[in-house]
Design a binder for this molecule. Structure first.
Ligand code: SF4
Ligand code: SF4
Ligand code: FES
Length: 393
């Protein structure tokens, strides 16, 4: 429904109208849980220059038409992380999204703005960050636990390690990644992308004394690092290039490969089985993945009681898949095959990666990498600053 202008008296300061202003219609989702009424949409047409932000548009609508619209904001410069919303279904910062871009990505020329997901709504576009986001950040002990003895002056950290954690330090705690995390939709207890990225901030810091304990804790937690389903949503959502999923994968590599933590969730074994099956066959062999994930690669592992239980619980899904011809019984039981030449290429990738003296992990803050450059890693890193520099311009 379209709302009529109420009054301009006492309106919140909003950007001045200029000759280059254009009309933009905002469709804002309104909801007050205390009212008992269902959520509803209102439309307001504001006038601003196209390069102005969606936040400025909302503030103009609030100032000119309806002062009761709930929106949280502070810096208006993509620094404080308080204006996270969904714009045309995608999470992001209202102050960091231009009106013209938002209009282009809308379904019908109307910019749709709603609160972030996975968090309860307090009012309109304001969600309860304490109830979900901050609680999860607190869960990962978000501070450095100093190694002893504490040096008389300062700790010296090598440049490479500092660059490595800089990416996670760019987080402004806006919650955009939490909003659209698919794993969290299914399992609200999942620690989640922002908190796990924060955890890598300390696991990757050579000054931290409890890296093993942190990793063990996150690997053993059923809602921890192995709960992520690699959907990439958090990478797409993050306005600061933190790439939370990549930080979660780093936590897994550190836990599994560096500290050999074999967790009770079978996360480490599942990954190892996955990697080995692709190496052997070039494609995933689903029927073998399950027993190996529980019992490891040995033949006897197939008889692990937990594997049997999981198989039994998966029978309805398997039956449905067979009935719908998504898989054939023989296709599921036998390994899939790819042409010998393709398999050779897959194996070559493994040889290249596994043949390296050290694991190469470059984050988005590092550029100038060259697969064929044989020089030491330290000579090939170059800090570049904000990974979203182009987008932020
Ligand atoms: S990649 Fe993992 S953490 Fe990121 S949104 Fe998807 S499930 Fe969540
Ligand atoms: S990781 Fe990115 S999206 Fe997630 S809270 Fe931090 S800045 Fe926001
Ligand atoms: S108002 Fe601070 S990030 Fe948008």
């Amino acid at each position: 429904m379209a709302a009529e202008p109420l009054t301009t008296e006492g309106a919140e300061a909003s950007p001045a109208h200029s000759d280059h202003s254009e009309p933009f219609t905002l469709r804002i989702r309104r909801y007050d849980p205390e009212s008992g009424d269902a959520p509803y949409w209102v439309e307001h047409t504001i006038e601003l220059e196209p390069h102005r932000s969606v936040l400025e548009g909302i503030l103009q609508a609030k100032g000119r038409f309806d002062g009761s619209i709930g929106i949280r904001c502070s810096c208006k410069a993509a620094i404080c992380g308080s204006c996270g919303v969904r714009i045309n279904g995608q999470p992001g910062l209202a102050c960091h999204t231009h009106l013209d871009k938002a209009k282009r990505t809308s379904k019908d020329g109307v910019i749709e703005i709603e609160p972030m997901g996975n968090m309860p709504v307090i009012k309109d576009l304001i969600v309860d960050m304490d109830a979900v986001h901050w609680k999860k950040v607190q869960r990962v002990t978000p501070w450095l636990i100093n190694k002893e003895p504490i040096p008389e002056r300062e700790y010296i950290v090598d440049r490479e390690s500092m660059v490595d954690v800089t990416q996670t330090m760019a987080c402004i705690q806006c919650g955009a990644c939490v909003s659209d995390c698919l794993a969290m939709e299914v399992d609200p207890l999942f620690i989640g992308p922002a908190a796990l990225a924060k955890s890598y901030r300390f696991v990757g810091d050579p000054r931290d004394a409890q890296q093993y304990e942190r990793l063990k804790d996150l690997a053993e937690d059923p809602h921890g690092i192995y709960d992520c389903t690699h959907c990439f949503k958090c990478i797409e959502a993050c306005p600061k290039g933190v790439a939370p999923m990549n930080q979660i994968m780093r936590l897994r590599r550190r836990a599994g490969t560096d500290y050999h933590i074999v967790d009770r969730n079978n996360g480490e074994r599942h990954e190892a089985a996955f990697v080995q099956l692709i190496k052997n066959y070039g494609l995933l062999w689903e029927a073998e993945l399950l027993p190996r994930s529980y019992g490891g690669p040995s033949w006897f592992g197939k008889f692990h009681p937990a594997a049997g239980q999981e198989l039994l619980s998966s029978l309805p899904v398997i039956t449905k898949s067979v009935l719908r011809r998504k898989v054939t019984p023989m296709g599921a039981l036998k390994p899939h095959k790819i042409p010998a030449e393709d398999l050779k290429q897959v194996k070559e990738i493994y040889e290249t990666v596994e043949g390296r003296d050290q694991r190469l992990e470059f984050n988005l803050y590092i550029s100038g990498t060259d697969e064929n450059n044989d020089g030491p890693v330290s000579e090939r890193v170059e800090a570049t600053g904000d990974a979203n520099a182009e987008d932020n311009a």
